[in-house]
Design a protein around this ligand. Structure first.
Ligand code: SAH
Ligand code: SF4
Length: 361
């Protein structure tokens, strides 16, 4: 039984061709599922009964199961979604003035093990399917009242939940295509952001197949420190990463790269380190987004003090760069960046964490 949530327009048209149906029917069904939130073929009233029966025999619309739903007064809401018997992932909705951002997960766990990330510490189980990724948006829209005719709550999607999206592009690309398709969620290309720790071949593939907005987790101004904080740097060092950023921008000429930079007290937050970033920024069209570190049990790091973050931002700003600081949201439900842990049945038996003494420069 095929899960129709997994199909972008191309996939849906291929299925309808197999069923001997016209392509416009595929668009109709996409709209029913993603724009109106239909989970049941019986609801699709402008589709002939015999086609509905054919679909019901061959396919289903199956989102992940919501097993947890928490909200805090700032409006942030977090769902825990069971994707199979052993794994659950998290999605977070963050309302702000004039927009609503949904942060989605792309994997159950993560293989990359960045030093400061709760997801990484938890190990890895598997890639999510396209249906499990788009299902997070489908469920959020339903929970936020949009399927019932309410206003569209999710205006932006960021792939900043659990997992490394560039290591699961076979599922991330169809999901992102549905997000920007007018028959799907109709979001503009710039309102869908894929965040990567710097998986260079993935960046090139995404540029070629679905060039949405790109955020890159930089976190250090030099390879020596980045090797320790973001271990994938050993494979794709900063020079190669910047090359990939520039190739990406060729596909998206009016865009810029957002460099994410987690502020870790005494590790990567000095004035000298801010100045060293200017050298990197000179080579690529970019903006900086400083993320105050969000602590989790036994992380071994501390958040930089607010004055330090302000000062760090000023060094960048005085050189003419745009540097914003991310507001910390979702306190109390562990819904902030890097705190998403869900429930992952680790297959890597990573378990151990690196002592802080090894991480300090
Ligand atoms: N794997 C992707 C996307 C998910 S993480 C990536 O690494 O880019 C989204 C962002 O949260 C990344 O910039 C990541 O480095 C950052 N992050 C991870 N752990 C964090 C923490 N404890 N506090 C603040 N930001 C964190
Ligand atoms: Fe994986 Fe991103 Fe966490 Fe690194 S920061 S471990 S790439 S989810």
């Amino acid at each position: 039984m095929i899960n129709l949530l997994s199909l972008d327009l191309q996939g849906m048209e291929a299925l309808f061709a197999e069923l001997g149906e016209k392509p416009f029917r595929a668009r109709q069904v996409l709209k029913w599922i993603h724009r109106r939130g239909a989970a049941d073929f019986a609801a699709m009233t402008d589709i002939a009964k015999d086609l509905r029966a054919k679909l019901a025999a061959a396919a289903a619309i199956e989102p992940p199961l919501v097993v947890g739903d928490g909200a805090v007064p700032d409006g942030t809401r977090k769902w825990l979604l069971k994707v199979d018997g052993a794994n659950a992932v998290e999605a977070v909705f963050i309302p702000e003035d004039g927009r609503g951002t949904l942060c989605v997960s792309s994997q159950a766990g993560c293989t990359l093990d960045c030093a400061f990330c709760a997801t990484g510490k938890q190990g890895f189980n598997r890639n999510l399917s396209a249906a499990e990724i788009i299902g997070q948006l489908w469920l959020a829209n339903g929970a936020l009242g949009c399927h019932a005719g309410g206003p569209r709550a999710v205006s932006n999607v960021v792939f900043m939940g659990m997992g490394e999206p560039m290591l699961n592009l076979d599922a991330v690309i169809p999901a992102a295509r549905l997000m920007i398709d007018d028959n799907g969620y109709g979001l503009s290309r710039r309102r869908v952001t894929v965040s990567t720790s710097g998986v260079v071949p993935g960046m090139d593939r995404l540029a070629a197949e679905c060039p949405v907005a790109l955020a890159v987790s930089l976190h250090a101004p030099d390879d020596a420190l980045r090797d320790r904080l973001v271990p994938i740097n050993r494979k794709y060092p900063i020079r190669e990463l910047i090359g990939a950023c520039n190739r990406y921008l060729e596909r998206a000429p009016r865009d810029f790269i957002t460099f994410e930079y987690v502020m870790l007290d005494g590790v990567n937050d000095s004035d000298a380190q801010a100045r060293a970033l200017l050298g990197i920024a000179a080579g690529v069209r970019c903006k900086f987004n400083l993320i105050p570190f969000n602590p989790f049990t036994a992380s071994g790091f501390k958040r930089s003090p607010p004055e330090r973050i302000k000062r760090f931002a000023e060094v960048l700003q005085r050189a003419g760069l745009t540097a914003t600081t991310r507001k910390t949201r979702g306190d109390g439900i562990d819904a902030a960046c890097g705190q998403l842990a869900g429930d992952v049945s680790d297959r890597t038996r990573r378990g151990k964490s690196v002592p802080i003494t090894e991480l300090r420069a």
